[in-house]
Design a protein around this ligand. Structure first.
Ligand SMILES: [Zn+2]
Ligand SMILES: [Zn+2]
Length: 278
């Protein structure tokens, strides 16, 4: 059985910093509530279920319904185009390329949300920055999220991208290069939409047999591998689709170099916790 994430003992201090509205116990005695709360916190749960704002929730639900339809049509049309143009073999390159690119996109978005702006930033603060920052304090809250909460946020971005792909396929019907790129983008879309599910599996206390097999084979994010991200100095292993790119990005200090480059323009990380050793 693959290992599950062992959480860092940072909860008490972080809970005080964030001041979560912990709602537990109902009619139970306060001693029982306190024990239940302590157990949840020790295991990485906040005991609070956050909900999206109404408009954001509507977008999550509607794009989650639209995504499978758009994905199916885009893949069918681009594959038919490759077949018609006699270059179906290029799938052998397009699929792995799309998976690696998906892992890279997951790393970039994760690093950006972990590092820059704050929870109060307009638009992205509540929908992007806050979930990633809270994840470091309550890593197992993600295990309580339903399909809409897991995949909806990425679908909001993936649906317009796939719509653009369909428009371009219609505009340039004879382009092999475009059909190849659309297959790559479609693979990026499906892997990034699935990323939070893989991330959720990595934090589950008892993941399914299928999830454990996929984790063992490293086709999806492995819990031990992801543990590095939740370990001081908290600034490695940002890629969370399957983590294939993490060793390479660590070696070339990819994210530190981007941060140094952005620093030249006065853009500094806002999340100092990530860089503090315990
Ligand atoms: Zn993170
Ligand atoms: Zn995590």
């Amino acid at each position: 059985m693959s290992a599950t994430i062992q959480e860092e003992p940072l909860l008490t201090r972080e809970v005080e910093e964030v001041g979560p509205p912990l709602r537990l116990g109902g009619g139970k005695s306060s001693a029982a509530s306190d024990r239940e709360l302590a157990s949840l916190l020790a295991r990485g749960y906040s005991g609070v279920h956050e909900h999206s704002a109404p408009l954001h929730s509507f977008l999550e639900h509607s794009t989650l319904v639209l995504f499978p339809f758009l994905f199916g049509v885009t893949v069918y049309l681009s594959l038919a185009r490759l077949y018609h143009l006699d270059v179906l073999w290029s799938l052998l390159l397009a699929i792995p390329l799309g998976i690696v690119a998906g892992d890279f996109v997951s790393g970039i978005v994760h690093w950006f949300a972990d590092t820059y702006f704050t929870e109060d930033t307009p638009i992205i603060g509540r929908s992007l920055v806050k979930p990633f920052r809270l994840h470091h304090i309550y890593p197992r809250d993600i295990c309580t999220h339903n399909l809409v909460e897991v995949a909806g946020n990425v679908c909001i971005l993936a649906v317009p991208v796939l719509s653009l792909c369909l428009y371009l396929l219609w505009l340039l019907p004879d382009s092999r290069w475009l059909a190849f790129k659309v297959v790559c983008v479609s693979v990026v879309a499906i892997t990034t939409v699935a990323t939070n599910q893989f991330h959720k599996w990595a934090h589950q206390e008892d993941p399914s047999r299928l999830a454990r097999w996929l984790q063992r084979t490293r086709l999806v994010l492995n819990p031990s591998h992801h543990q590095r991200h939740h370990t001081a100095p908290f600034n490695l292993h940002y890629c969370i689709t399957n983590g294939w790119l993490n060793p390479f990005l660590n070696r070339i200090k990819f994210f530190r170099r981007i941060e140094a480059f952005l620093g030249l323009f006065g853009i500094r990380p806002t999340n100092v916790r990530e860089r503090r050793s315990h």
